[in-house]
Design a protein around this ligand. Structure first.
Ligand SMILES: NC(=O)c1ccc[n+]([C@@H]2O[C@H](COP(=O)([O-])OP(=O)(O)OC[C@H]3O[C@@H](n4cnc5c(N)ncnc54)[C@H](OP(=O)(O)O)[C@@H]3O)[C@@H](O)[C@H]2O)c1
Length: 264
C-alpha cells in the first residue's frame, strides 16, 4: 500500500529511541523528509540518518521554547510541514501518590502534555498553510486505565487524549486531522533501561528484567495475546494515521495493547 508520504515533511518529538525512533524509521522508509528532536542523538538514529532524509535537532522539550524551535527548524529547512508526531512522554515508577511533589507533577506534564501543546501550536499554522496535514499523538492506555504506579503520567495522557479530540474538532474544517495511538506496554527503553519498569517488576517478582517483560508483565496485565507490543507495531499504526490513506479518520484513538483493555 502506497502511504502517499513521499517527500512529505514530518516532525517527530522524542525520536532518539523507542517508539519515536521506530516512527522515524517508518516515515523515512516511506520517503518522507523527517525532522526529529531529542536531547541526544543515539547511535541508532545516526545510522538511520545515513539511510533516509532525516535531520536531527538537539532540543530539550521540557523547555517552553523547545518545541517551537524544533518546528521552526523543520519549516526553515523544508519550507513546509505536513505531519507532526507528538511522541514524547515520560514517567518513572511511583511508590505512592503522596510521594510525588509539585516539581515532579510539573515535569511529567511538561514533557508528556505541554510538549504536545507547544509543538501543535507551533506546527498548526504550517499544516494549515500547506494545504492540510496530520497530527498523531502517542498517548497510552493509561489515559483511560490509570495506574497508581504512574498516577501523574496517567493524568497527563488523559489530558493528551482529550486535547486530541478538541484539536480534531477545531481544525478538521481547515484540513488537519488529529488522532491518537494508545499503546499498552511496548518493548522500549521506557521499560528496558536500567531502573525502568522491567527492573521494578523483576524486583517484585524475584526474576530477571527479560523474564519480567516476556512473562510476568503480560500475565499480570492480562494481555490476551500473551506478549507486549514491539515499537515497530506502534510506528506502523502511527504512520498509517499520518498518511493520506487515513484521510477521513480524525478525532479517533486507536488502542494497541494485545487485548489488555477488556471493556468495549
Ligand atoms: N513503552 C511503552 O510501554 C509505552 C506505552 C504506552 C505509551 N508509550 C508512549 O510512547 C511514547 C514513546 O515512549 P518510548 O517508550 O518510546 O520512550 P523512551 O524509550 O523512553 O524514549 C524517550 C525518547 O524521548 C526523548 N526525550 C526524553 N526526554 C526528553 C526531553 N526532555 N527533550 C527531548 N526529548 C526527550 C529521549 O531522547 P533523549 O533522552 O536523547 O532526550 C527518547 O528519544 C511516550 O509518549 C510514551 O508515553 C510508551
Amino acid at each position: 500500500m502506497d502511504l502517499e508520504l513521499k517527500d512529505k515533511v514530518a516532525v517527530v518529538t522524542g525520536a532518539s529511541k523507542g517508539i519515536g525512533l521506530a516512527v522515524t524509521e517508518a516515515l523515512g522508509r516511506e520517503g518522507a523528509r523527517v525532522v526529529v528532536g531529542s536531547r541526544t542523538e543515539s547511535p541508532e538514529l545516526t545510522a538511520l540518518r545515513e539511510r533516509y532524509d532525516i535531520v536531527f535537532v538537539s532540543v530539550d522539550l521540557a523547555e517552553p521554547h523547545g518545541a517551537g524551535r524544533l518546528v521552526q527548524a523543520a519549516a526553515d529547512r523544508h519550507g513546509r510541514i505536513d505531519v507532526l508526531v507528538n511522541n514524547l512522554g515520560v514517567t518513572k515508577p511511583r511508590t505512592s501518590f503522596v510521594d510525588i511533589d509539585d516539581a515532579e507533577w510539573q515535569r511529567v506534564f511538561d514533557l508528556t502534555f505541554f510538549s504536545a501543546v507547544r509543538a501543535s501550536r507551533a506546527a498548526l499554522p504550517h499544516l494549515i498553510a500547506d494545504g492540510g496535514g496530520a497530527i498523531v499523538n502517542i498517548s497510552s492506555i493509561n489515559a483511560r486505565l490509570p495506574f497508581p504506579m504512574v498516577v501523574d503520567y496517567s493524568a497527563a495522557k488523559a489530558a493528551l487524549s482529550n486535547l486530541t479530540k478538541a484539536l480534531s474538532e477545531e481544525f478538521a474544517p481547515r484540513g488537519v486531522r488529529v488522532n491518537a495511538v494508545a499503546p499498552g506496554p511496548v518493548r522500549t527503553p521506557f521499560w528496558t533501561a536500567p531502573g525502568g519498569f522491567a527492573d521494578s517488576v523483576a524486583a517484585d517478582a524475584g526474576t530477571t528484567a527479560q523474564e519480567a517483560l516476556d512473562e510476568i508483565v503480560p500475565q499480570q496485565m492480562g494481555i490476551s495475546t500473551g506478549r507486549i507490543s514491539e515499537p515497530q507495531e506502534v510506528a506502523d499504526l502511527a504512520v498509517f494515521l499520518a498518511s493520506g490513506r487515513a484521510g477521513n479518520i480524525t478525532g479517533a484513538e486507536f488502542v494497541i495493547d494485545g487485548g489488555q483493555i477488556k471493556t468495549t
